[in-house]
Ligand binder design. Structure first.
Ligand code: SF4
Length: 340
């Protein structure tokens, strides 16, 4: 068995074991894990310093997940799913959900409602993409697509790449953060054959940029995979400009372009992670002009019901005085710009 599979088989999945490991009461953990499974990879477990720290909060079940309200399918994916493995919300790109498994189950996950797409349904998904000539961009996601075997993943990539109208393939994954051992040289060699290939990795806290994670990102970048990141804004985890600056600068140094900072979706069981919209805007305000522009992500709200993404930006344009436009710069100074 490959090393990464052995490691995955040793992931923590038993609430009693988790309670013993962290020295916390078992009953609340068990109740929350009955709703949404517990899995923590050995690598991620090794990064948790103490109960309640930012990494612990992301993966250890919490009774607040049982709170009523919010939505099972906050992005309306079911309503935009013409066949089981495909979500087609935008005209020219779609999601292809190839795996229901993740190396660690994030407690804030938008797809808490579902953990998978049967392999047999994949063929229908690929046939749908082949039949829709307007789709030029396919995001392979899940679950985590990198939990497929090399052979299974290559079969998906080969079939999608063979569709003439598909220009780019993107992979959405949290594996470099959660199970970096999976990013083997063989896997990277295989990925190289399917360019232009983009990968959106998912990191939420600077402590996740461990040495093995950075090595994995280096192997991907050396294989020519274009790396972008997404980060979910989470109360008590990363809702702090300084934490976010460290994360974004760390990603950029690892050749990952920070792409999205996502407002927490309205997913049932995730309400305790939500922050006011102003928090995200204030974070962007604290980054713009205070670090490299490349380290500033887009702050995005994915509107409920699949209505699409909108970007929120700080207010830099203060007022107009005739032909004079008054801006505020990153130092808070008012600056006059002459309008045409
Ligand atoms: S890795 Fe992604 S899909 Fe899997 S549980 Fe975490 S957020 Fe959800």
């Amino acid at each position: 068995m490959e090393k990464w599979k052995q490691l995955l088989s040793r992931a923590m999945t038993d609430p009693a074991e988790a309670a013993r490991h962290f020295g916390v009461p078992e009953a609340p953990l068990r109740r929350a894990a009955e709703k949404f499974p517990l899995r923590i990879s050995p690598h991620y477990l090794s990064l948790i310093r103490e109960p309640g720290d930012p990494l612990y909060r992301q993966c250890v079940p919490d009774e607040r997940e049982l709170a009523p309200g919010l939505l099972d399918d906050p992005l309306g994916e079911e309503a935009h799913s013409p066949v089981p493995c495909v979500v087609h919300r935008y005209h020219d790109h779609c999601l292809l959900l190839v795996s229901g498994e993740c190396a660690t189950y994030c407690r804030f996950c938008t797809r808490k409602r579902r953990c998978g797409c049967a392999r047999a349904e994949l063929a229908a998904g690929i046939a749908y993409i082949a039949a829709h000539r307007e789709i030029r961009d396919v995001l392979v996601s899940g679950g985590d697509p990198l939990l497929l075997d090399d052979g299974e993943l290559e079969a998906v990539l080969r079939e999608v790449r063979a569709i003439g109208h598909v220009e780019i393939i993107r992979i959405g994954t949290r594996i470099p953060c959660m199970l970096p051992e999976r990013l083997t040289r063989n896997l990277c060699r295989m990925l190289k054959k399917y360019h232009p290939l983009y990968m959106n990795v998912h990191f939420n806290h600077p402590d996740e940029l461990s040495a093995p994670a950075l090595d994995a990102l280096e192997r991907l970048a050396d294989a020519g995979v274009v790396l972008g990141s997404q980060t979910v804004l989470l109360r008590g985890v990363n809702d702090d400009p300084e934490v976010m600056r460290k994360l974004m600068e760390g990603l950029l140094a690892a050749r990952v372009r920070p792409y999205y900072l996502l407002q927490m979706d309205l997913v049932r069981g995730g309400g305790h992670f939500r922050t006011p919209l102003e928090t995200g805007v204030a974070i962007i305000d604290a980054l713009r002009g205070h670090t490299s522009g490349l380290a500033v992500p887009h702050f995005i709200v994915d509107l409920p019901g699949g209505r699409g993404k909108v970007e929120l930006v700080p207010q830099y344009l203060l007022r107009k005085e005739g032909k004079r436009v008054i801006f505020r710069n990153h130092r808070g100074e008012e600056c006059v710009y002459p309008e045409v």
